[in-house]
Design a protein around this ligand. Sequence first.
Ligand code: FAD
Length: 355
Amino acid sequence: PGTRKYTGMVEDCCCDYETVDAINEEVLHPILQELVTLPFFRYFKVKLWCDCPFWPDDGMCRLRDCSVCECPENEFPEPFKKPYSGLSPDSMICQEGKPQATVDRTLDTKVFKGWVEIDNPWTYDDETDNAEMTYVNLQINPERYTGYTGDSARRIWDSIYKENCPKYPSEEMCQEKKALYKLISGLHSSISVHIAYDYFLDESANSWGHNLPLLYDRVLKYPERVQNLYFTYLFVLRAVTKAADYLEQAEYNTGNPEEDLKTQSLVKQLLYNPKLRSACPLPFDEAKLWQGENGPDLKQEIQKQFRNISAIMDCVGCEKCRLWGKLQVLGLGTALKILFSVDGENHLNKPIAFI
Ligand code: FAD
């Protein structure tokens, strides 16, 4: 109910809705579903500690979920350090006690062999700082309903929208600010869709399933939120295709030759898929941005706003939400870096350099 067909071009992008649906269904979704099960993509390296730089008084962040952050290393059950072996919820002694909210930090340090970490000017975390980083197995920590709601969640979204990517009346908003707003709104829609897709329906039966009314109330009822989801999708897709040569040559070495070959082959299938290339050759045209006189200043301003949003992720008071928030903001930050920063010094209009 309430679903309507979207037609025409995705606003500010270069492909139409039907094409995006078709390439997603036929090309991207099947390949990505397989890629995320492979070791290179199923482990995420992240600093999950809840050290919010903005609201030290946030009890939600301090007490409820962050108890896990303060456990000494030797308190972690041994299986946490090994590939997943079917932990029972009881063995997660440091966790808050709700299996659906816990994060398993499966360690697999081999996974990122051969990759050099470089700090990203669009994000708050220092990606080169290995201290306090953990590896999380995303396959056993899917993004879904966690029960995180109320003042803490509201404060995060309010601060993101009000202070860091305000929505002005459209005639007052320049393209670049509009793009930042749409990226965040698209991310928000994506989070809501995941909550609705995998919702905790019945406590007594411990059953999970779709929650269509929630999908409608939070996303489908607002065409703009759906449009922004498509915008964010195309923006990231453009960054991936722009980085194709780099991604093709990158080393996907996790110490498992068979799975690593599969990863490499799937990445190539995605990057050079003829259907994708012909149906949507330029998903988003980044060359149109930062052209005005104040381009460099505007870029500094928007970069600062995005970095702030990235910092706010440390204030998310539910660990699994923080995990996915950080992952997705890092993904958007990487896309912004690929599309907009050039040689680390923010020079504009020069060929992109990947290190
Ligand atoms: P919210 O989703 O909190 O929205 C707040 C307000 O923002 C709305 O009233 C509306 O005015 C506006 N808004 C909503 N959607 C959009 C949009 N797409 N574009 C523009 N404006 C919009 N909960 C989980 O169960 N699982 C998770 O994995 C999870 N991850 C989260 C990650 C982050 C970074 C954050 C901040 C929260 C996360 N949450 C998660 C909580 C979840 O996003 C909601 O905040 C919570 O479910 C309460 O929802 P709500 O109905 O109050 O509206």
